[in-house]
Structure formats: structure tokens, C-alpha cells
Ligand binder design. Structure first.
Ligand code: GLN
Length: 491
């Protein structure tokens, strides 16, 4: 078994059969993480004590205990997830030294199935960004070309997984942060239906949009991790009571008869990078040869999705981030004598020093949208148009099973290219934000390599709770292209 290319189920099986120990597996990835992190900056903190956890798994196996579906598998976790006893920064100075006293529900579920935490991964500050350049801990590099961004906000997860510094990683996706970095780094990224996965213990960015999901090397691994993390959680009232399907057992490349929708709004001439356009065409040809039927559809509101998204997301963020006030936890500006300072000054210094530029921009935008004079004109209107967008998608999914599209207009862009132009950065999210606004499941599956040598993914979306359809279609594409699990040169 080659740990550089193996699937989770294979490694877990070998660990259970004592052909390899969890200690050996964890040590292998721990060493890789230490070796390559200085180049990539993918980890904010590497957890050296992962090997102690591995020893425990090995001991339990020796005693014949049931160690779960992910027995002894080391995982990298985006720094948005609370991990008991391990720093959780959300990529921000304001949480630089925050050590959560509890685990997020998804972390708890992974641990119950035997998974181990290898480290916490870099990200855009509070998951606000599309290039991982807003992190307080510095930008992450794309392992396919170190001059390029890995995408964002789960850039650390994508880079670490792509360079195979971890067996699997977790990301969060509020407007594309799992799918876009997966596309930029050539890995599989799945954003589940809103409500499929608990948000309890995940640092909140925009609560009506946030979802956690797997960022892994193979479609089968995505199915497995999704199965483990999904399900009702009494601590998150937005989670569904539905039974969690057996995503891995039902994984099938037979997609004959699937109806695939193509949105005419997404394929306007002159918008796409030629290699991205070609990938969409090639994916369509493959799927046609597999017995899929194509339907052209229109979802007109996608044209204003970026505008809706940046009103809803910033409004929710401005409210969610009010908790970072220097009183309860997190960073507090240094004052010699607390008793003599003015409260406003206390808040202003703490938040002024603790938050980065992009986070402040969004708090201001969101506060403005929610202010009494503008609430109706901006926030309320955005919510109304969002509903319309959801209804249009609902309609579209009465005619098709899956919608196929690009993930972004181009492959990864260069570090520094867009960071000084927030509008250009926001527009990069054009194909991903609708999925979150409508609460749909969405996925990026590796498809090809551009002429510049950068990965290109294909995006698949389905109606709520139809993850199996996109998994099966991605599985089929993966088998046809053999593009999954490729480790970039030098790693
Ligand atoms: N790029 C989008 C933003 O900056 C999406 C981020 C995300 O999904 N967390 O908000």
C-alpha cells in the first residue's frame, strides 16, 4: 500500500488488520507536514501528539475493540472547527491563542470513528476570502505552483491535501470555500446540503450559509467522511432529522439516464478561461457517452447571486462577529489600567487591533445593510431575491438531476493579483455562491490540468439532500479521467 495515493478505507482496513499501525501512518504524515509546511504555510498548528492518539488506536485494535470507520486516520482540520485542547484561531489575531474547551460536533463524530487530528489548517480570516491571503498567519501557497494562490477560504485544507500532507481534511463553505480551493488545488471538495451537517462548534461566519464538508483525494473518501459527519444534532436546530444515507455503499458509477442541466447564464462566451471552457465541454462529452441526457436551463437570478451573497453574508457576519469584544474570550488590547478606560475605547482598540482589513470591511458593510435606514433597501431586499433564486433552482431541479458548471472562471490566479481589488475577488465567487444561497449540495471534482500546469475541477450541484447523485456522477468522471489523487511535482 502506498500511503501517498491510498484511499481512507484501504488504510483503515490495513490498520485494523495490523498490516500497518496507526502510529506508522500518523508518523508518515506528521513528517511530511513538518517537511513541507515551511514551503506551503498550510498548517497554522501541527499537532505532534497525534502519534499518542495513534498508539491508543493501535492498543485498542490489539485488544480486539471496534475502532470505527476511520480507525487511526490522521486528518487536517480547517481552523474554523473548535478542537478541544487545540488552538482554534479562525485565521485571526483576535483568536490567536484561543483554546476551545470542547469539540465541534463533526470533530466529535470523526473522533468516535477513530480519526485523529494531525493539525489545524490555515484559512482566510473568519473564512472571508477566496485566496487565503486574508489570513493573519500569512498566505498559503498552491503546491502546483508556489507563485499561485490555493484558493480560499479553505486554502490550507486544499494545499495540505493536494500535497498529501494529510489523509483527509475538513473545510467549511459559506460561498464556495470548499469547492473553489478544491478546484484550484486538484482535490475533491464537497459542500453538503444546508442542514445535513451540524454547525455546532464551528466558528460562525454567515450562519444561514455555512456548511462543513470533506476536502479529500478521492470521491470515495468524500462519501465516507460525509457519512461520518452528517446527521441530526440536538445542538444545532437547523440540522435535519433525516436518516443519513449510506453514501459509500450506494456509490455507483452507473449514471445512465441522469438528466444533466446546463445553465445558460454560466456559459456566456468570453467569460471563461479557454481551458475551463474546454473542460466543461469534455466533461459533457464523457457524460453523454455514459448515457446522460443534457438539458439547457435558465436560472436568471444567478446573475445577481454575488450581490445577494455579499449583502446576506456580510450582514450575518457583522452580527456574528459582535461577540469578539475582548471581554469574554480572545484578544484584548493591552491597557495599563482597565478601571480607568472608556468602554467604547476598549472595544475599538480590541477590535481595531484584533481584526484584519477584510473582516473590518465586511463588518462595516454588514452593519450598514442592517442599519434601520437601509435594512429594507438592502438586507430585506437581498433576502427576498434570495428566496426567488431558491425557487428558480427548485424549478430547475424538476427538470434535471444534476447541474454541471465550472467552479470558477479560471484556474488558480497569482498571489497578489486580486487582493488589492476586493470587487474582483468577490466576482471570483460567481459560480459558487448560489449553491449556498439556495442551500444545495455542491461539489468540485478534479477534471484536467491547464496549459499552465494548474488543476481544473468541474462543479456538480443537485437538489437538497441529493448528495448521492453528485457523488455518483463525480465517481464516474473520476474513473474516466483518473485525475484524482495526483500529487504535484516536488511533494
Ligand atoms: N469567497 C467567499 C467569501 O469571501 C466565500 C467564502 C466561504 O465560503 N467561506 O465570503
Amino acid at each position: 500500500m502506498d500511503l501517498l495515493t491510498a484511499k481512507i478505507s484501504e488504510v483503515a482496513k490495513n490498520i485494523k488488520q495490523k498490516k500497518i499501525s496507526s502510529f506508522e501512518v500518523c508518523d508518515f504524515f506528521l513528517q511530511r507536514a513538518h517537511k513541507h509546511n515551511p514551503q506551503l504555510n498550510a498548517f497554522i498548528n501541527i499537532n505532534d501528539s497525534v502519534t499518542e492518539g495513534a498508539r491508543k488506536v493501535d492498543q485498542r485494535i490489539a485488544l480486539g475493540e471496534d475502532v470505527g470507520l476511520m480507525a487511526g486516520i490522521p486528518m487536517g482540520i480547517k481552523d474554523m472547527f473548535c478542537t478541544q485542547g487545540l488552538k482554534t484561531t479562525a485565521g485571526s489575531k483576535i483568536l490567536e491563542n484561543f483554546v476551545p474547551p470542547y469539540d465541534a460536533t463533526v470533530i466529535d463524530r470523526l473522533k468516535k470513528q477513530g480519526a485523529l487530528i494531525l493539525g489545524k489548517l490555515n484559512q482566510d480570516e473568519f473564512a472571508m476570502g477566496s485566496s487565503n491571503e486574508t489570513s493573519f498567519f500569512g498566505p498559503v501557497k498552491n503546491p502546483w505552483n508556489l507563485e499561485y494562490v490555493p484558493g480560499g477560504s479553505s486554502g490550507g485544507s486544499a494545499a495540505a491535501q493536494s500535497a498529501r500532507l494529510s489523509m483527509a481534511t475538513l473545510g467549511t463553505d459559506t460561498g464556495g470555500s470548499i469547492r473553489q480551493p478544491a478546484h484550484f488545488c486538484g482535490i475533491v471538495g464537497l459542500k453538503p446540503t444546508y442542514g445535513r451537517v451540524s454547525r455546532f462548534g464551528i466558528v460562525a461566519y454567515a450562519s444561514s450559509l455555512d456548511q462543513a464538508g470533506p476536502m479529500v483525494s478521492y470521491v470515495e473518501d468524500a462519501a465516507l467522511v460525509l457519512e461520518v459527519i452528517s446527521g441530526f444534532d440536538p445542538k444545532d436546530s437547523t440540522t435535519t432529522q433525516r436518516k443519513v444515507p449510506s453514501f459509500t455503499k450506494d456509490l455507483s458509477e452507473n449514471i445512465k439516464g441522469y438528466k444533466v442541466g446546463i445553465l445558460k447564464e454560466y456559459l456566456k462566451k468570453g467569460v471563461l478561461h479557454p481551458d475551463v471552457e474546454k473542460s466543461v465541454d469534455d466533461a459533457m462529452s464523457i457524460l453523454k457517452s455514459q448515457g446522460c441526457e443534457f438539458i439547457e436551463l435558465s436560472v436568471p437570478m444567478t446573475e445577481v447571486a454575488v450581490s445577494i451573497y455579499y449583502l446576506v453574508a456580510t450582514s450575518e457576519a457583522s452580527s456574528n462577529l459582535a461577540r469578539y469584544d475582548g471581554v469574554k474570550y480572545g484578544y484584548r488590547a493591552p491597557f495599563k489600567q482597565l478601571s480607568s478606560i472608556d468602554l467604547d475605547e476598549f472595544y475599538m482598540s480590541t477590535r481595531g487591533e484584533g481584526f484584519g482589513k477584510e473582516v473590518k470591511r465586511r463588518i462595516m458593510l454588514g452593519t450598514y445593510c442592517l442599519s434601520s435606514g437601509y435594512y429594507d433597501a438592502y438586507y430585506n431586499k437581498a433576502c427576498q431575491v434570495r428566496r426567488k433564486l431558491s425557487e428558480e433552482f427548485q424549478q430547475a431541479f424538476t427538470k434535471c438531476d444534476v447541474i454541471l458548471s465550472p467552479v470558477a472562471t479560471s484556474p488558480a490566479f497569482k498571489l497578489g493579483d486580486k487582493i488589492s481589488n476586493p470587487l474582483a475577488m468577490y466576482l471570483n465567487d460567481i459560480f459558487t455562491v448560489s449553491t449556498n444561497l439556495a442551500g444545495l449540495p455542491g461539489m468540485s471534482v478534479p477534471f484536467s490540468i491547464s496549459k499552465e500546469g494548474l488543476p481544473i475541477g468541474i462543479q456538480l450541484q443537485a437538489a437538497p439532500f441529493n448528495e448521492q447523485k453528485i457523488l455518483n456522477m463525480a465517481f464516474n468522471l473520476e474513473n474516466a479521467t483518473k485525475m484524482s489523487g495526483k500529487v504535484p511535482y516536488g511533494f
